[in-house]
Design a protein around this ligand. Structure first.
Ligand SMILES: [Zn+2]
Length: 224
């Protein structure tokens, strides 16, 4: 069955998401020991929500949680997004996504305990620091090696970090080439995402990461 949908259908889909989405929120007060252990931070006043049994969202307010749940649901609409989230959910490890102002500059940071488990097929618990006050257009864009500006929407940005997390949680992380690994899969997502929206797409530079330049929208990002 084709997954292509029109913009109108897409907007309806967004609206239809909101109801079930809010219903699916489950506020929990369980210990955040895992997150503290991973990040070395202690922020006990934040709100914690479960997206799935092993994906936890830790935020400053409910609106941030709504955004993450929406973006994850949208990512899951693509084949590679669904496969990526399934891989994360089928790993034996926990993922925590939490709001961080620091992540505004880097547009997302994924981490895990550095051990041989990241590369030997065992995997580790992981976390994603994400600037959750961004809107769907994101906070950054990218200049690829061909001189083309590449948009970096919130879903592109989050998907990129999910790829890092997937590999760290399944022990398939390429230590010396993790960025190329993530960009390669991000580009597949970009093509699928553009197919949904009947829009054109620009791809990141897959094999020459040093020539990809990440820019803030406060700088000189222009569509080309
Ligand atoms: Zn990366």
């Amino acid at each position: 069955m084709s997954k292509r949908i029109s913009n109108t259908q897409f907007n309806n889909l967004i609206i239809q998401f909101i109801g079930p989405l809010l219903m699916s929120f489950c506020f929990i007060t369980q210990s955040i020991a895992i997150e503290n252990q991973l990040t070395g931070q202690s922020q006990t006043t934040d709100e914690i929500y479960k997206y799935t049994t092993n994906i936890t969202v830790k935020v400053e307010n409910f609106q941030q949680a709504v955004k993450v749940f929406q973006w994850l649901d949208l990512i899951r609409l693509t084949n590679i997004g669904e496969a990526t989230l399934n891989s994360i959910e089928n790993s034996q490890h926990q993922l925590i996504i939490f709001h961080s102002d620091v992540a505004l500059l880097s547009a997302g940071i994924t981490g895990a305990t550095l051990s041989e488990n990241l590369t030997n097929g065992v995997g580790e618990d992981a976390y994603i620091k994400f600037f959750l006050d961004m809107d769907e257009n994101g906070t950054n864009c990218i200049l690829n090696e061909n001189g083309h500006y590449v948009p970096y929407l919130a879903v592109h940005n989050l998907f990129h970090e999910l790829i890092h997390a997937k590999h760290k949680m399944n022990g398939t992380w390429l230590y010396f080439n993790s960025e190329r690994q993530a960009i390669k899969e991000e580009n597949i997502f970009r093509i699928e995402w553009a197919g949904f929206r009947f829009t054109s797409y620009s791809l990141r530079t897959e094999y020459f990461e040093d020539e990809d330049i990440k820019l803030s929208y406060n700088g000189s990002c222009h569509s080309s």
